[in-house]
Design a protein. Sequence first.
Length: 153
Amino acid sequence: MNVVGFLHVHDPHIACSKDINDLFSDSLLNNEKLPEISNYLENGVSIVRYISNLYDTDGELIGPNIIYTDGLWVWPSYYSFYLKKYPQILIPEELQSRIGLNLGKIISLSQGEKGYIEYLTGKMLGIRLPSGYKLSPDISTIIKERGDTVTCY
């Protein structure tokens, strides 16, 4: 699973979180690509929803605090907000390619895929499974195929 866009200011408890300045690149995001990328990110599959809204350090409302996925990548709801605010934020080339291949498609996951991503997201959040807990056969099969590594970008 690939993780992108988590920030210390909003998610200091997540090991993949970074300072926003660490996400800046030397080049600006193409203005034509930004709406496509934002739309893709905002229409991911919701896997975690907190009962809270997020605000920028300026006090500007970002929106609800949600973690999204497309089955391969995981990102916070505020990632697209900051991409619009700071178009020099880096978007990994692998994610841009995935978005390009899936433009116009509705992101959907099987129950097993969603469980797999939820399992890895729990791992990313530092949540331990109770001792003796057994993963479902669907999730175990996907782990054997894809692994259970969390890669931070």
